[in-house]
Ligand binder design. Structure first.
Ligand code: SF4
Length: 393
């Protein structure tokens, strides 16, 4: 296949999240594979800590403890969460491309973990039981139903993979196994009517890999478990494996940038790779929406920067063409850099960077732009269409 990377040492695998990214915008998927600087985020770190702490609770050893002991669960839960929280904080701070860590989110993490525990208890019809009354025996019963906690699912040909959170046995009223339940913990916003298409696809992919690997499996159901609203949402529908294999083919590694799909639903939403993509910029320019939102992305030149105060004078740029080459417009604006936004600019100037700078999610609603802790401040280095990109490992 033309453009297949020669240096790929391990076979190409497709996960549900990579598939979703490809469906959203092939260029976004392709950029996410180029070992460009990853962005840490508070929501993702909080989610990872909550997930891991719930897995810890399901994996914890209760050997040697008396069956009717109660009162241990809230303490154990908080202990695991604290350890995972600190772990995530260290990873977060070790990531150069990041906003500020928000310690104030600790209470939300506790609340979401509690929601996760209620969802687990719901599986054994003990949803309403106060957590301080959960006995060792009851928790052991729950643990005995967990067939897998955080497991990797891979098809026999190793092309499709997924990381499932929880696989539970489902019992009938006589205690006999009647099926398996794939549960995926979600710490993001819960649906109000139906699961989002991409979540539905992700859950069905887990289900279908599981069924493909276990021909003698009992009936398998799959649900998204939302900790914020303590609600469970079933994913139903036909097998996604054929479509997943087609996506596997389409997502083969290539040095040539994949097609871009700019627009309000893609670039206008969540894309971490704008500093390397010319298309959001040309789309904004041609649609007349450049710098029109309260929070906007921009490509600028830095004319003055006061390291003490964070005050700066910027010159706005416009794209010359589809390559994303930046053309100064002569229009100058003042900006205030603070927090991580200021630190990132200091790092950039200290690295000797000359030329255009990408600013992500700048507050542009005032005359004086604000580049705060949440903003991206990166060299503007768009990777143009039709030019092979050899990533440097
Ligand atoms: S900026 Fe837009 S076109 Fe470019 S990768 Fe992101 S979503 Fe796709």
């Amino acid at each position: 296949m033309e453009g297949v990377e020669k240096w790929e040492t391990h076979p190409h695998q497709l996960s549900p999240s990579a598939w979703n990214r490809y469906e959203t915008c092939p260029r976004m998927y392709w950029l996410s594979r180029q070992r460009l600087p990853r962005k840490a985020g508070m929501a993702a770190s909080l989610g990872t800590a909550v997930h891991a702490s719930i897995e810890d609770l399901l994996n914890m050893s209760l050997d040697g403890r008396v069956d009717d002991e109660a009162g241990w669960l809230p303490l154990a839960a908080e202990g695991f969460l604290k350890d995972r929280w600190e772990e995530e904080k260290a990873v977060f701070h070790a990531t150069p491309r990041r906003p500020d860590w928000k310690e104030s989110k600790w209470n939300e993490a506790k609340k979401q973990q509690k929601g996760g525990i209620i969802l687990l208890l719901d599986h054994i019809n003990a949803r309403e039981l106060p957590h301080e009354r959960i006995t060792v025996a009851l928790w052991k019963h729950l643990q005995s139903l967990a067939i897998a906690v955080e497991g990797e699912l891979v098809t026999s040909d190793a092309r499709l993979m997924g990381r499932l959170d929880l696989l539970f046995a489902e019992l009938d009223e006589n205690g006999a196994m009647k099926g398996w339940l794939v549960a995926d913990l979600k710490t993001g916003n819960a649906p109000t009517k139906v699961l989002k298409t991409e979540v539905n696809r992700q859950l069905r992919m887990y289900r279908d890999i599981l069924l493909a690997n276990n021909p003698g499996a009992p009936p398998v159901r799959t649900e998204g478990w939302y900790t914020k609203t303590v609600s469970k949402w079933a994913a139903e529908g036909e097998s996604v494996l054929e479509a997943a294999y087609a996506a596997w083919e389409a997502t083969q590694p290539t040095t040539m940038p994949m097609d871009a799909q700019p627009g309000p639903e893609t670039c206008g939403g969540f894309c971490d790779w704008k500093a390397w993509c010319p298309h959001w910029w040309t789309w904004r320019q041609s649609s007349g929406t450049l710098h029109q939102s309260d929070f906007s992305d921009a490509v600028v030149l830095l004319h003055r920067f006061d390291k003490t105060t964070g005050a700066a004078v910027l010159e706005l740029c416009e794209p010359l063409d589809e390559s994303g080459r930046a053309i100064p417009t002569g229009q100058q604006i003042t900006a205030q850099f603070d927090g991580r936004g200021k630190e990132a600019l200091e790092d950039l100037t200290a690295s000797g960077h000359q030329g255009a700078i990408f600013l992500g999610s700048v507050m542009t609603s005032r005359r004086n732009w604000r580049v705060g802790p949440w903003c991206d401040v990166l060299p503007w280095t768009p990777l143009p269409d039709g030019v092979p990109y050899e990533r440097i490992s």
